[in-house]
Design a protein around this ligand. Structure first.
Ligand code: ADP
Ligand code: MG
Length: 440
């Protein structure tokens, strides 16, 4: 096969596994240089891209190439900055340009609807102090805590409150992943000036989930300079993380000390009363009132993540509505009894077996390379369950599911998470699988 054609086919395969922004970032300027026996030599525009693609996507690339060529191959990446091979119209694969990285703050999350309790009152007080004196009292404000405890909500709430006082302020909200992608594509496209103009001119910078900076040296370096610049101008920065700066592995010491140099506050998992209060507030927001007793039952059914509680509440409201049942304590008890609280200790193999059984698939297909629709949903569900229910790392899940990349697992997990809150059919499938898992 001609090499341009081959590269095009490989990129189509890769595109199935990555979102558009990631694809552009990592593969937008990579090309197939030559094929020598069973070795495919691929050029990367910089050492950084080469390193990252090797780290994250080597398996995916190999898998895609092997699928198309029908034989075992090896992939070799080389750095070649001025690209003579740029003949494949990679851009054509996607219709739309990469989404803008500057986000409008989600209006759902405000300080007004943030329920304050024992677990988050210190963080809330810090938030109020920052709103009073942005850029001056506590810079950065570093909020950390487990998943679903309200970090993003609090950060955006502060953002709204500061904007209310000063609507002309230049605000940037992004995840650390978006910052990384922005940085990488700026390098690729020789647009570092634009990147700097964008971030260093921010007057309020909100960076979510900074733990993903771990191990990304170039990004950390760039962020370090952004940080210093903003701090010297008294531009407020708010950072969230799932752990404290000291617990983030592979983070430069100078960043660690900068993060710890402002105000660090943690949010604990909510206590029972706070969970009840949050559920009550959420039900009200959705235009429903539930009996106090029912709220307590739901609050007791899950302990750590408010996101999970909220998902459960929404599910209950929707399922009962779909069956035309009133939201009484009895009906809610019935629902909660049907959806088990916690799964018994299961091995990942048991989970895969149950999923295969449910969808009537062979295990080797579930973990194999094929990407038919009938296999993709079960595979993604498996990733979701292994991550959310068994608490396995995305890296390990990738290995178990036939050596897939951890970013693939992350996308799949988030996709399913989203589907479960929105799609009735998906909810049903999930409930049934959970029942199977719990009776196993
Ligand atoms: P995190 O960023 O810590 O993972 P989020 O901020 O996304 O968590 O919160 C998860 C969900 O829980 C959101 O829908 C948020 O509105 C809700 N939530 C968390 N804490 C509170 C709180 N104190 N009051 C009201 N809702 C909350
Ligand atoms: Mg968050």
């Amino acid at each position: 096969m001609e090499k341009l054609k081959l590269w095009q086919k490989i990129t189509v395969e890769i595109k199935h596994e990555l979102d558009q922004a990631n694809f552009k970032t990592w593969f937008g300027n990579c090309f197939l240089k030559e094929v020598v026996d069973d070795i495919l030599v691929i050029t990367a525009p910089s050492a950084f891209i080469k390193e990252q693609v090797t780290l994250r996507y080597l398996d995916l690339l190999t898998e895609a190439a092997e699928k198309i060529l029908g034989k075992k191959v090896k992939i070799e990446l080389v750095v070649e900055s001025n690209n003579n091979h740029k003949t494949v119209p990679v851009e054509e694969i996607f219709e739309a340009p990469a989404p803008s990285q500057i986000n409008i703050l989600n209006p759902k999350y405000t300080l007004e609807n943030f329920v304050v309790g024992m677990s988050n009152n210190v963080a809330f007080a810090a938030a109020q102090a920052v709103v009073q004196n942005p850029g001056i009292s506590y810079n950065p404000l570093f909020i950390y805590g487990g998943t679903g405890v309200g970090k993003t909500h609090l950060m955006l709430g502060i953002g709204h409150a500061i904007l209310k006082k000063n609507p002309a302020l230049k605000v940037i909200y992004c995840s650390s992943e978006q910052f990384t992608n922005d940085f990488v594509s700026a390098i690729q496209n020789h647009r570092m000036g634009d990147l700097r103009a964008k971030y260093r001119l921010a007057q309020l910078l909100l960076i979510d989930d900074i733990q993903f900076f771990s191990g990304r040296e170039g990004t950390q370096e760039e962020f370090f300079h952004t940080f210093n610049e903003l701090q010297s101008k008294n531009s407020q920065m708010i950072i969230t993380s799932d752990r404290s700066p000291h617990e983030i592995a592979k983070l430069e010491d100078r960043l660690r000390s900068r993060f710890a140099g402002g105000l660090m506050v943690d949010i604990q998992p909510p206590d029972f009363d706070t969970r009840v209060a949050i559920l009550k507030a959420k039900a009200n927001e959705w235009g429903t009132t539930l009996p106090e007793e029912a709220l307590k039952l739901i609050a007791a059914s899950s302990e750590v993540s408010i996101r999970e509680l909220e998902g459960k509440l929404l599910q209950i409201i929707q399922v009962l509505k779909a069956q035309n049942l009133p939201t009484t304590t009895e009906n809610i008890t019935l629902f909660l009894n049907k959806t088990p609280k916690k799964l018994p200790a299961l091995s990942h193999q048991q989970v895969l077996t149950i999923i295969c059984h449910y969808f009537n698939l062979a295990n080797k297909d579930l973990i194999g390379p094929k990407r038919q629709k009938e296999l993709v949903l079960p595979r993604h569900l498996a990733m979701y369950i292994l991550s959310e229910e068994l608490g396995m790392t995305v890296e390990r899940i990738g290995q178990i599911l036939g050596g897939r990349d951890h970013t693939t697992v992350m996308h799949a997990r988030d996709k399913i998470k989203n589907l479960i809150t929105k799609d009735k059919e998906m909810q049903q499938i999930f409930i049934e699988i959970k029942q199977e898992l719990s009776t196993n």
